[in-house]
Ligand binder design. Structure first.
Ligand code: CP3
Length: 350
């Protein structure tokens, strides 16, 4: 396998986002936005309608590659993120997956009603995603960092157990207390599949990967150690054993003060900060030199104007001495005006 994308000298490449992830301060702060390929873009909505739906789009490598590149063509972000979804992993582990219009994802059977052992794996779903990665890698310019991703085990487990999203993940938190052995088995199975899946993405051509733990914020400190820190540390160690220099961004959303333990114990190469984290606090308490990513409030981007300018300047200012990737604190919202994204880019790049 040709590993040109990922020379230990990624550092010598023109990819400033990759260099930042490797711990360098670059002449300008790199910027990309979580969920940058998505519904706020008319070209995305059009292609989704043509293909019949979101999941159809994810499994059509050529179309998914096009969606991955749409925000790069329009805005020249410093990073392209693979267009896919974190729920491909439960799909490949044998649950049915579909998206209810206007509501969100559904998985069946949910593990409140069925055992993990009753699922019949469908690893072929991963192959379609690797085909997207290869198609993007073949088309991407040499300045843009290409990021793969997966959900973190806790967040994936909340969907697998409950069959859909929920406000406080209570059903899954109860499950984890009630039957720790069964829950631990589930987390281990997700870890195995995630390692396979991310190694596949890396071999197909991504430069870095991000682990999304969207629901990390609902756990008590002891549960956070067990279900967030330990499984993420294992995934990271196993990826690094094969690809020691490949950056891994950890994004435990809502972790608050537990970010310190996360940063010290998981081995993540960079930490994503959500919009509730005070940048001054993060700069003071996270390990010196550890790259951070974030953390503009997606609503400040929608608001635009003064609120946007002040927030952007503050974040850039606080992280001026630390490797920093400018991003939102969470995904861009569908009603974000495109001119506000353009304004944001002007502010970050000037
Ligand atoms: O960031 C990107 O542009 C890359 C693609 C990406 C998507 N989802 C596309 C998507 C990524 C990295 C994700 C991650 C994801 N998916 C997370 C973690 C990050 C987060 O937002 O917390 C989660 C929890 C999911 C699961 C998921 N997928 C939900 C809850 C939903 C429905 C809610 C929503 O925003 O519509 C999705 C659908 C989804 N994933 C869409 C996109 C572009 C919208 C589908 C559509 O209607 O076109």
């Amino acid at each position: 396998m040709d590993d040109h994308l990922f020379m230990p000298n990624g550092i010598d490449s023109q990819k400033i986002l990759l260099q930042t992830l490797l711990g360098r301060k670059t002449e300008r702060t790199p910027v990309w936005l979580m969920r940058q390929a998505g519904r706020y873009l008319p070209e995305y909505r059009e292609l989704r309608a043509q293909k019949g739906g979101f999941l159809e789009l994810c499994y059509d490598a050529e179309a998914a590659a096009e969606v991955t590149l749409q925000p790069i063509k329009r805005f020249a972000f410093d990073g392209a993120i693979l267009f896919s979804d974190i729920l491909i992993v439960p799909h490949a582990m044998g649950q049915k997956l579909w998206f209810e219009a206007g509501e969100g994802p559904r998985l069946a059977p949910r593990l409140l009603d069925a055992s993990l052992a009753s699922l019949e794996g469908a690893p072929e779903h991963f192959e379609a995603i690797y085909a997207t990665v290869r198609a993007v890698a073949a088309q991407l310019d040499d300045k843009t960092t290409f990021m793969g991703f997966a959900g973190s085990p806790w967040t994936i487990a909340t969907y697998m157990v409950n069959g859909q999203g929920s406000k406080d993940q209570a059903a899954t938190r109860r499950f984890a207390y009630r039957d720790e052995a069964a829950f631990s088995e589930l987390i281990n199975a997700i870890v195995e599949n995630t390692v396979t899946y991310l190694l596949g993405q890396i071999e197909a051509g991504v430069d870095a990967v991000q682990l999304f733990d969207s629901w990390a914020g609902s756990l008590s400190p002891v549960q956070f150690e067990k279900w967030v820190i330990a499984p993420n540390a294992e995934i990271i160690a196993r990826l690094k054993a094969v690809h020691p220099d490949l950056p891994i961004i950890g994004f435990p959303k809502g972790a608050g003060a537990k970010l310190i333990a996360y940063a010290n114990e998981t081995g993540a190469s960079a930490i994503g900060l959500d919009e509730t984290v005070d940048p001054v606090w993060a700069d003071k308490y996270l390990p010196a030199g550890l790259p951070v990513q974030g953390n503009l409030d997606p609503l400040a981007l929608i608001a635009g104007g003064e609120a946007l300018e002040t927030s952007v300047r503050h974040i850039l200012d606080v992280f001026q001495d630390r490797p920093h990737i400018f991003n939102l604190g969470h995904g861009i919202l569908p009603d974000t005006p495109i001119e506000h994204v353009e304004k944001l880019l002007t502010l970050v790049r000037q």
